[in-house]
Design a protein around this ligand. Structure first.
Ligand SMILES: C[S@@+](CC[C@H](N)C(=O)[O-])C[C@H]1O[C@@H](n2cnc3c(N)ncnc32)[C@H](O)[C@@H]1O
Length: 225
């Protein structure tokens, strides 16, 4: 799980490959394109129509791409974001430094500093990255995580493929997340597999099948009614 190497996706942005496992942190059709489409446009942008203070839970901090895109969106749209992200296998800084998001997103000096701070800040301690964005990243496995109930307005469920980690895509895990979400909360994920959708429904979610980014026909938006 922690033998990883940098690869470049079709939109020019970098991602990581799990060596020998044919698994990537993002779509090979475009890492930035995928994250923006699934998590920002169909998740954060939708929630921001209702609220300006938003609590996000991310499963899988990884490269910090979803986090930095959320921070940029918060700044542009006058939002206040409280971002809680978990990661079982934190990246080595040497790999983080090889990611090309700062160039691909054309980040200013201040934004680049914020991206670095997302990675350099301490684990298991809430940290102000910018006034509009607080991060707590926790070094824990999803299976062992205990979540407060009624806490999160938005969830980025960004685990590896259900074929690789079926234990993370179960009704039991989804139920734990459902209970941690506020009513009207939105969960976004890239998977639209039948088995995954059945587990979401069994956990109580109502599902919307949405068009995916290039290379993916469908993605899943799960709502806590
Ligand atoms: C698809 S990648 C996430 C990509 C990430 N959101 C990003 O923008 O780079 C899945 C992430 O989940 C982490 N992970 C794998 N198993 C886990 C577990 N049991 N609990 C928590 N994190 C896990 C991996 O190390 C990896 O960083």
């Amino acid at each position: 799980m922690n033998k990883r190497q940098i690869v470049i996706t079709e939109d020019g942005s970098s991602t990581l490959e799990l060596i020998g496992m044919d698994e990537h942190f993002h779509s090979m059709h475009g890492a930035i394109q995928e994250s923006k489409h699934i998590f920002i446009q169909n998740g954060l942008q939708q929630k921001a129509k209702e609220k300006s203070t938003i609590r996000i839970f991310e499963m899988g901090f990884g490269t910090g791409l979803n986090a930095v895109l959320s921070l940029l969106f918060a700044k542009e749209n006058d939002l206040q974001i409280d971002y809680f992200s978990i990661e079982a296998y934190p990246l080595e800084l040497e790999l983080v430094q090889k990611l090309n998001f700062t160039e691909q997103l054309d980040l200013s000096k201040e934004q680049t500093n914020s991206f670095q701070k997302l990675h350099l800040c301490a684990w298991n301690l809430p940290t102000e990255i910018q006034a509009c964005f607080f991060l707590e990243k926790r070094n824990v496995k999803l299976e062992e995580l205990i979540l407060e109930s009624d806490s999160f307005d938005l969830v980025y469920f960004d685990a590896f493929n259900p074929d690789l980690q079926p234990e993370l895509w179960t009704e039991e895990i989804f139920r734990k997340i459902y209970l941690a979400m506020t009513s009207g909360g939105i969960l976004m994920t890239y998977s639209a597999k039948g088995k995954v959708k059945r587990a979401f429904k069994a956990a109580g979610f109502v599902l919307n099948a949405l068009p995916g980014p290039p290379g993916k026909r469908e993605i899943t938006q799960a709502i806590k009614i």
